[in-house]
Design a protein around this ligand. Structure first.
Ligand SMILES: O=C(O)CCC(=O)C(=O)O
Length: 274
């Protein structure tokens, strides 16, 4: 039976990196404490409250008999988290994230960058999301692709099989084109709040269905990519100059206010956005 390796945040980061490289996914427990999770919930709460709940898509799913939308029913999704949350900024520069990206992305680039950010709340009745790979937009590379992306999901609430814990297909980051996942190869990431699930950009995954009566699963999605790729989320619009100029340089560089060799020049000095 395939499984998702679990490592403590107190173990050397190399343990998580090895497990991630080998299984294509890993859960690291104990990364955030209760105060941090409460704070990020408070910071993002108003945005989540205002977000559209995709109920109508659930109905469409039922009509079509399959996943008709990338975010199937009863989910809330908010983006632009660098601009919206101070606490999220500490996630981006967390030493575990940087160690993983140094080990697995740096061999293919000079510097890596934030690829996308999102708060994903999966509500009761939400249906299963179609399995996909973060790297699919870069399909010019044949499968299995070189490491292009590292993705992470920060459990702000508990993640369970019943409440929509992320589905993963361990080992699928090494699969050739044409191989699809059998049901028994799909595993739900069950992890207590405070854990972070990491997966390779080539690993098949998707949100699980939420079969509970009233348990909203809330996670923070954060991904990184090679510095010479187009970012999935446009950080120059979602964290524009007025925001960027208030950020520490390390974070500003990470969200893309930095050249990658000859790429990304601008009239403004990159280290000093106007
Ligand atoms: O919410 C999840 O568990 C996974 C979300 C995901 O894979 C996506 O939004 O692309």
């Amino acid at each position: 039976m395939p499984s998702i390796p679990v490592v403590s945040s107190r173990a050397p980061y190399e343990d998580a990196i090895r497990a991630l490289e080998s299984a294509g996914c890993v859960v690291v427990t104990g990364v955030t404490d209760a105060v941090t999770r409460q704070t990020i919930k408070r910071e993002l709460g108003p945005y989540l409250d205002a977000a559209d709940v995709k109920r109508s898509l659930n109905e469409k799913y039922a009509q079509d008999g399959g996943p008709s939308d990338f975010y199937p029913g009863n989910t809330k999704r908010i983006t632009a988290l660098v601009a919206k949350s101070e606490t999220f900024r500490s996630f981006v520069v967390h030493p575990l994230m940087l160690s993983v990206c140094d080990a697995l992305l740096k061999p293919n680039c000079v510097t890596y960058q934030v690829h996308a950010t999102a708060g994903l709340s999966v509500g009761p009745g939400a249906t299963v999301q179609v399995l996909h790979r973060e790297e699919d937009p870069f399909n010019i590379f044949p499968l299995p692709r070189p490491n292009l992306i590292i993705a992470t999901m920060w459990a702000i609430t508990d993640f369970t099989e019943e409440n929509g814990g992320t589905h993963l297909v361990p080992g699928s980051h090494r699969w050739p084109a044409g191989r699809t996942a059998r049901d028994e190869e799909v595993v739900a990431a069950e992890m207590p709040a405070g854990s972070v699930l990491l997966w390779m950009g080539g690993t098949l995954h998707g949100a699980g269905a939420n079969r509970t009566a009233d348990d909203w699963r809330f996670g923070i999605f954060l991904s990184y990519s090679l510095g010479w790729l187009r970012q999935e989320e446009n950080q120059y619009l979602d964290a524009p100059r007025e925001v960027a100029r208030t950020l520490p340089k390390q974070l500003r560089d990470l969200i893309g206010y930095k050249m990658h060799l000859a790429l990304g020049y601008t009239d403004a000095a990159p280290q000093n956005p106007r």
